[in-house]
Design a protein. Structure first.
Length: 590
């Protein structure tokens, strides 16, 4: 093969990979998020989950995309790990659809209609239709369908170009000798693994192998171990997507890896064990595109049938690999118990149901407070486990908000006493505030994480000032939760006076930073990060104030929030001013 032959092959490969990308993007857009909704809902049965994973992957032409989607669902708490395993197994079966489509390129016949079945024959027609739609249609949906047609045509043209470019290699002894090396099962497996890990698509790497079959120099003894390696290599995408996610999301990616490793080892032991005694005659024959598709399908169906009965064992193995600490276990158990507490059986007894809501909302509030307190522990040094705890608590609070909000809306359809009706409105308002407090705690974590990545640190003076300011916010948050639990009017008064002091403190912290910046004692980047942290704390204080005002509205049976706030601020009594003075002394910056 000369230089221009290599150029043609590389161009064909580029078109093949680009066509696969365009095809996948088009299919995703046409689905309009419906595939994600299906994955989210129809996973109660593991056999359904396998079928669903296979169908969705066959449609979007990428097991990596399906697995990454599943990792995202597990990370967000929408899907449990046990539900994800079946979909991951099904995705491996669904990805074989691409190899079957590509195998159609090997159809040989003089019959006009049979020749028309070859993708290289009908893909130009699809390309023409697709381009016409893109040029002349103004509707987005039609253009997305056109992307699918054009993507498929580009993919098949790239495949055809690759196949024609590599055909001359059949007469090159050096190329044949290289391929003979891969007939060693371990070397072949490693080659398939590396190739797929680099291009991050088993469908694409199998397509490349099918294109190489056009040389006639690829035997089944070479192709089979490469296919095994390709199935392991495809796990790299899910593993990369799980970086920085929750432990359960990382477990989903690990399950994908274990499934393919265990399936590959079992298949190779069984296949080569039988071959040792039977000596399969086809092993030395030249592999064909359809033969590659058969091997790819047989392996994935075999691995799924073998491991599906042991899905719970794979889950346990993932938990053994990525262990949970006891505090996380206890928190997850508490959230689950709280959610079970809000049973629909209590809906017909509104008074009891409201009391259950109060307890669960109080636990949600405690979790929000804990997330802020844990985030501020990073002020003295970033800790990966503490940061992950805050992120996990934010996910728990999201679950609380969804469940409590849904339960309260169901409860609102019943005949409620006036007090219970107002309390219901209070809880609906407050759960939104608690959820936002946890969001701001995560924002604080992200700021400290950025400092760690950039290897920057606040000066001792800035750290001391931030420590005082954040402690004031922490005390306000603690008092707010006490007001929420006890409806203490006197304490509510204190919270509002502390809020006024925190507003002044935040301005002073920023002012002092600007002075250090002018003297060259601090950097602009650190200034942005300090400002982000202060802003997050200010917003937490604002949510605390909103909670306190909402509680006082219900207590005083008044729904005029703006009136309450205006009265409080306009009629600053001697007591209010004295409280402010004592808080200013307590949280005075050095």
């Amino acid at each position: 093969m000369d230089f221009f032959g290599v150029l043609t092959m590389v161009g064909g490969l580029a078109l093949f990979l680009y066509g696969m990308q365009v095809l996948g993007d088009g299919l995703s857009k046409v689905s309009g998020g419906r595939l994600e909704q299906i994955l989210e809902k129809l996973t109660s049965n593991k056999f359904k989950a396998v079928a669903l994973g296979a169908i969705v992957t066959a449609v979007i032409q990428s097991s990596s995309a399906t697995t990454v989607m599943v990792v995202g669902f597990v990370n967000s708490g929408i899907m449990k790990l046990s539900q994800a395993i079946g979909i991951i197994m099904g995705a491996n079966i669904g990805t074989t659809a691409t190899s079957w489509i590509l195998s159609l390129s090997g159809i040989e016949s003089g019959n006009f209609f049979v020749k028309l079945l070859k993708p290289s024959s009908f893909s130009p027609i699809l390309a023409l239709i697709g381009v016409a739609i893109i040029l002349f249609s103004k509707r987005e949906k039609k253009k997305n369908v056109a992307m699918i047609l054009v993507g498929f045509a580009i993919l098949m043209f790239g495949m055809d170009t690759m196949s024609n470019a590599v055909k001359p290699l059949a007469d090159v002894p050096e190329f044949t000798n290289i391929l003979l090396m891969f007939s060693n099962p371990l070397l072949g497996l490693l080659a398939g693994l590396v190739l797929t890990a680099v291009i991050q698509s088993s469908s694409a790497s199998v397509g490349i192998l099918q294109a190489l079959c056009a040389t006639g120099a690829v035997s089944y003894s070479t192709a089979i171990p490469i296919i095994m390696g390709q199935n392991i290599g495809t796990c790299i995408t899910a593993l990369l997507s799980s970086v920085g996610t929750s432990k359960n999301a990382r477990r989903a990616a690990i399950v994908h890896l274990y499934f393919n490793i265990i399936g590959t080892v079992a298949f190779m032991l069984a296949f080569y064990g039988i071959n040792y005694f039977v000596d399969f005659a086809f092993m030395d024959q030249s592999a064909e595109a359809y033969g590659i598709a058969v091997v790819h399908s047989v392996f994935n169906v075999f691995a799924t049938c073998l491991l599906l009965p042991f899905a719970n064992k794979l889950e346990k193995l993932a938990y053994l690999t990525i262990k949970e600490d006891e505090s996380e276990n206890a928190r997850i158990r508490r959230v689950d118990e709280d959610i079970r507490t809000l049973d629909s059986i209590f809906i017909n007894n509104p008074g009891l149901a409201m009391e259950q809501c109060r307890k669960v909302t109080s636990n949600m509030a405690d979790t929000a407070k804990e997330s802020y307190m844990r985030s501020m522990e990073l002020l003295t040094g970033f800790d990966e486990e503490k940061a992950e705890d805050v992120i996990q608590m934010e996910k728990d609070i999201d679950r609380y908000e969804d469940v409590i909000g849904t339960y309260l809306l169901k409860l609102s359809g019943k005949q409620l006493a006036e007090k219970d009706s107002q309390t219901s409105m209070l809880f609906l308002q407050c759960i939104g505030d608690f959820e936002r407090i946890s969001d701001h705690a995560v924002s604080i974590v992200k700021s400290f994480e950025e400092m760690k990545e950039k290897e920057q640190k606040f000066s001792n003076k800035a750290q001391e000032e931030l420590g005082i300011f954040t402690q004031a916010v922490a005390d306000m948050l603690s008092s707010t939760l006490e007001v929420f639990d006890k409806e203490d009017a006197a304490l509510a008064y204190e919270v509002e006076s502390l809020n006024a002091v925190i507003t002044e403190l935040s301005a002073e912290v920023r002012k002092r930073h600007i002075k250090r910046l002018r003297k060259g004692k601090c950097t602009i980047e650190l200034g942005f990060l300090l400002s982000d942290i202060v802003t997050s704390c200010e917003r937490i204080a604002a949510h605390c104030s909103h909670i306190v005002v909402s509680v006082m509205q219900v207590r005083e049976e008044s729904m005029e929030m703006h009136g309450y706030m205006e009265d409080l601020r306009e009629n600053e009594t001697a007591e209010f001013k004295q409280l402010q003075k004592s808080f200013k002394e307590k949280y005075a910056l050095p």
